[in-house]
Structure formats: C-alpha cells, structure tokens
Design a protein around this ligand. Structure first.
Ligand code: MLT
Length: 391
C-alpha cells in the first residue's frame, strides 16, 4: 500500500480551516470577545422569498407519489439548464447550448474536479495570489504549477505567460484581490489559448458583483472562447446558496483537444462520479432566474456592495492602501507598517476582535496584503470598521 505522496507537498491545512482553528483557539482563550468574521466569503443574508417558495413547493412535490423525483439527471434538469442558458448567456449574446451546461453541487467541487480530465503532465498556470483550490487540487494530482504574479502594478491581472503552459485558471471578478479583467485583456487570453492549444478554466463565481458595464460577465463574450475555455458558475455568492450547494460548469462542444471533445470527457466523468444535484435545490436555482428572483438577488448583491463601498471609503480615510470592492465583494488592503499578513491578522483579532484573511494564505504575492469580505451584515460591517478605527 502506498499513499498519494503528492498530498505531502501541500501546506498542512486548507487556508480557511487554519483560520477557523486560530479563531476558535482565540475564542476559547477570550470567551468575552465578540468576534466579527469578515474572513471566509460566506454570505449572511437569508435565502430570498422566491427561492424559499420554490423550495417549499418542491418539498411538497417530493411528498406525493405522483410528483416525487428520485435520481436527478446527472447533467441537471432541463428546466434549470434552459433557465441558465437564457438568464446567463442568451441575454449577453453568448451562444451556449443547454447540452453544454453541467449542473453540480457548487463551483468549488467543479474547480477541484475539472483537472481530472487532463493529463498529469500538463503545466498548470494559476494567479498569485490565488483561490487555493485550483493550485491544491493540481498539486494533489502531481502536476507542475506556474504562478503568474498579480500585483497592484498589473492591476491584479497577470501578463500572458511567457513560457508554454497548458491549463490556465482565471477568476474574475477576482478572489482574493477584488480585481477585474477588461474584455480586451480576456480576449488576449482566449487568443493565446486558441493559438497554443491551452485550455482556460474561467471561474465566474463573482460575476453578479460587476457594476461596470464594460467588464465581461462571461468569457464567452470574447470571440473564439468556445474553442478555448471552460467556465464555472456558482449560486453561492449571488443567491446565497453556500449552505444549499448549487453551481454549474460550461464545457462547450467545440472545445476539442487531441481530437477529443472535452464536453464528452466531462459528461463521462460527471455521469460516473456524480448523481445530480437534488431536485429541490435545482428548483430553487430555477427561481433565481424568475423576475421576482432576479429582483431579490440583485437587491442582496446591492446591499453587499454597499458594505464594500463603506469598507473601502472608511479604510481609505484611515490612510490604508485599498483595492477591489468596486466590482467584487472582496476588499484587498495593504497591511500597515510593513506587517506581514499573519501579523496583521493577529493584530486585528487581538485589538478589534475582527477576523479577515491573510493575503499570504493565497500565495507569495499576497504577502503584506489582507482580505476583508463585504458579505457581513450591515451592522457587523459598520461595527468592525469602527473597531478598526478605534485601535
Ligand atoms: C473564500 O472566502 O475565498 C470563498 O468563500 C471560498 C469558497 O467560495 O469556497
């Protein structure tokens, strides 16, 4: 028996588990402390009424023999895949077919699993700093990773890789920096992939937070992206499904490598390892695209973005160097007085009982930075900022 020794190349703990442990140890040592969590990007608003109504209706259907549903189709119910195509792609002029949509239990699983359809010898390019899942899952598979520096100087959008890479993970609006990519720059990546045969994995989990109309919501807004990219979407950040779990991957039929359709490979993988998202959750997802759902979800997103604007404005007025938070729910700040990211984490926890995420946990280029999320309640966000002011 041999273990997968690639796991030994990972950091000992997953970033957010490390933070949770530290915070729990602090709470035990300081039971009187009222801690405000602006660390992990978890939503705080309850599910909106159209989603709750859809869930209730679907639960009722499940209690009746005539409307009960067992295993869901592994790619997702037609009602949801059609709603997705209409709501997320047709409206933006992107030519996506329901057969190219694979419904899942969330974008994190898709981010982690998608690498299974690619050979071990592919060279992987990820941004630095980066959402750890893209890098960690490829390290687990034993792949070589190239890190693309994302700095204030390049607006947190990496230059096109100089050496040949095979798979490029991009996430815009970006987690963790809150940066965005222009359509022209994204087009350069699409052209690079089409020219070299690389594949882009585009994580669009935060697209609902885009306010600036010139910024692309989907990579398929770029010409030729159907032969270059897979796109991942989440219902967590826009509609608050972090606890319900729902997402989807788009794998275009025209995305062919070595004569093989990646759509077919992913369909094979999905059917073998996944039994479909729950019926009631897919009905809840469908409700997000109804007129009432769209209105409620956009109000929630707007409220979180009010938090983001507040955090940005207040931190700036305190003299912090601040990025993000304009088209993304994350605020990325430079730590003061040359503190390391973890020193600043401890400082904020000790002095203000506020939890954020150390930038260095996302990669070397994140050292000296710190992430705050706008997903807190308005009261908690205001209280956290006041406490930081009072230090
Ligand atoms: C984050 O805080 O980076 C995200 O919430 C993590 C995730 O979506 O899995």
């Amino acid at each position: 028996m041999k273990i997968n020794t690639n796991y030994l190349d990972l950091t000992e703990n997953y970033l957010f588990s490390d933070i949770a442990k530290k915070v729990s140890a602090y709470s035990q040592a300081h039971p009187e402390a009222s801690i405000i969590r602006l660390g992990i990007g978890d939503v705080t608003k309850p599910l909106c009424t159209p989603v709750i109504d859809a869930l209730n209706k679907a639960v009722k259907e499940m209690s009746d023999a005539d409307s009960f549903r067992g295993y869901a189709p592994d790619k997702g119910y037609d009602f949801l895949r059609s709603a997705i195509v209409k709501g997320d792609f047709e409206s933006r002029g992107c030519d996506i077919d329901p057969d190219e949509i694979f419904v899942s239990d969330g974008a994190k699983s898709d981010c982690g699993n998608i690498q299974e359809i690619f050979d071990k010898d592919n060279v992987i390019a990820v941004c630095d700093p980066v959402y750890p899942v893209y890098a960690d899952t490829n390290i687990m598979a034993g792949r070589k990773i190239t890190y693309l520096p994302c700095t204030a100087e390049n607006g947190f959008v990496p230059d096109i890789p100089k050496e040949k890479v095979d798979i490029i993970y991009l996430c815009y609006p970006n987690n963790p920096t809150g940066g965005v990519i222009t359509k022209a720059k994204l087009q350069e990546y699409v052209d690079y992939a089409n020219k070299t045969g690389a594949v882009i994995i585009y994580d669009a989990a935060y697209e609902a937070y885009i306010k600036d109309d010139s910024i692309p919501h989907s990579i398929y807004e770029c010409e030729g992206a159907g032969t270059a990219a897979i796109e991942l979407h989440s219902f967590s950040k826009n509609a608050g499904f972090t606890g319900l779990r729902l997402g989807y991957a788009v794998v275009p039929k025209d995305l062919i490598r070595e004569g093989t359709s990646l759509n077919k490979l992913w369909a094979r993988r999905h059917a073998t390892k996944y039994n479909g998202a729950p019926y009631i959750v897919q009905r809840a997802g469908e409700a997000v695209y109804s007129a009432a759902g769209k209105e409620a979800v956009s109000k929630q997103v707007g409220d979180y973005m009010d938090n983001a604007a507040f955090i940005r404005r207040e931190l700036k007025s305190m003299g912090y160097e601040v990025y993000g938070g304009e088209n993304a729910p994350y605020i990325w700040l430079k730590t003061p007085d040359n503190m390391t990211s973890w020193e600043f984490f401890d400082y904020l926890l000790d002095e203000a009982n506020v939890v954020g995420t150390p930038g260095s946990g996302f990669g070397k280029c994140g050292e000296g930075f710190f992430r705050l999320t706008a997903f807190g309640s308005e009261e908690a966000t205001r209280e956290a900022i006041q406490r930081i002011k009072n230090i």
